[in-house]
Design a protein around this ligand. Sequence first.
Ligand code: B12
Ligand code: SF4
Length: 543
Amino acid sequence: MVLTSSAKTAAIVLATLNAKYIHASLGLRCLLANMDKHGGAGLRSQTQLREFVIGQPAIRIVEELLALQPEVIGLGIYIWNVVETTQVVRLLKTLRPDITIVLGGPEVSHELEQQEICRLADHVITGWGDVSFPKLCRALLDGPQPLMKVIVGEQPALSDLALPYGDYTDEDLAQRLLYVEASRGCPFKCEFCLSSLDKTAWAFDLDRFMAEMDALYQRGARNFKFVDRTFNLKIDNSVRILQFFLDRLDESPDIFVHFEVVPDSLPDRLKELISQFPAGSLQFEVGIQSFNPEVQQRISRKQDNAKTADNLHWLVNQSQAHVHADLIFGLPGETLESFAQGFDRLYALSPHEIQFGVLKRLRGTPITRHTADFGMVYDPQTPYTILQNSTVDFAAMQRVKRFARYWEMVANSGRFSLGLEMLLKDGPAVPGSAFGHFLAFSDWLWQRTGKTHEFAFEKLVDLLFEHLTEVRLLDPQLVSAALLADYQASGARGRPTSLAALLAKQSQAKPVLVAANRVERQGRHLSQQQALRVEIQKAAAAA
Ligand code: B12
Ligand code: SF4
């Protein structure tokens, strides 16, 4: 099916600003797919979908939207686009106050009265939009005119919804990460998370869903990211979904599937299947958030830490799945020390990536109940990141945020496999934990450069060399051998000063140090297709 009709004009336009081009909007496609079913015949053919990317000038977005001569514009509002979309709406209302602006999405589903974008718009639909948006459009086009500005989105049985997957275009299939959902909602109540408001999870009929997956696969789709909050909730369903991809891997070894899982439930049936997936085909995002039982209880997160550790250990050692484990810093009552312990515990389990997030106060989330007792101070601007609390003052919070940034750059970039091992290892000259060593490096790097961004790779190699040899007092020969191996495995072609002599020597002889077997991330020397694949894997892990 073709995503957008070839018509040059449309009475209804559905638009959003995605975080990046690679992320296709599933939410808007859900609305588009249900236009006829819930708005009445003929509505779908009057609707066009337009996706933009944050960073595009608002004026150009407005120009493109107005060129379609719409009567109604529906905009998907999320934490990553609300600031820029507010400017889009402001311009639209200034130029064409007669066009009806309808907002929806998680960012405008709570605390509406505090948001300028909601004041500027004509209607806001909170929660699910699949049914209420088509119904509202029908009323706007044909009357009777709706009286309410704010409409609580209807939440029908999932069997009443048309599925959106036919609305992924061939371009989406070839170039973007395809978001799919086998279920909606979450039964857990972690207070920092918007999904905690759902209270339960609903599953789409699996036969119907699998038929759609098959149709996507037949059309050439190979990259699937499941947005299910907890993939391993209904094990029968998880087994069937995994089996579906496993059955196609022989024929299509380039399949890549990403799931979010709860860490303390991995029954044998699931393990058996997981262990059959070859390297590069399966990725799990495992939410740990905190290993501190007191904090877990305070934020209503139920997690069996021992089982979590066992399952992570199994995934890393007995399967070839790429494992990303999430931690959140800044939760109420968490101290730098207790967080460090959790970090070290997680690091010892060797997930392929530790995603180090800093707490954000998402609109509508129950974490606000701790604001007074724990002195939680959040940035009033998106993404509402914590600035300080009663156990971590502002200076310490800044210090940890730099740690998180440098961790992305050095550890999660996958470019310093051996260098990182050296940096985090306890040593006789300078003892300490992995967290302690990286914090010391982070403090040093900040003092030394005053920067958190825009480090050329070569410069980073030199800085790491300097730190490892002059602060950690490690043997310069060993350090340069490790960094050279990392550098060469990355495929980069520059000449870091610290490695210049070794590189010169190597340009005369064949390289002796090959780190390929130890570097898990694909090299930087990639064909266009491989590069896209790496980008897709990174993007899938970005949530
Ligand atoms: C994919 C995704 C991303 C992608 C971006 C996707 C994109 N299009 O660009 C990436 C990975 C980049 C991302 C990043 C982040 N994300 Co995110 N992400 C998601 C995720 C997993 C899936 C979204 C989705 O497709 N859902 C399925 C569809 C069907 O639901 P939906 O989008 O909500 O759409 C429904 C309604 O909202 C509504 N609706 C949507 N659009 C419209 C438009 C109109 C006109 C109407 C009427 C209704 C309507 O109707 C739809 C159907 O019912 C959700 C969690 C989830 N499972 O939903 C989190 C989620 C959206 N992300 C969230 C957060 C907090 C983040 C981060 C801040 C996380 C972080 N790093 O700390 C970052 C921010 C990125 C940035 N650059 O600043 C929060 C959202 C909070 C908010 N207020 O927007 C969510 C809900 C997670 C959560 N449970 O807390 N994310
Ligand atoms: S963090 Fe995960 S498990 Fe907890 S409420 Fe959110 S989606 Fe559910």
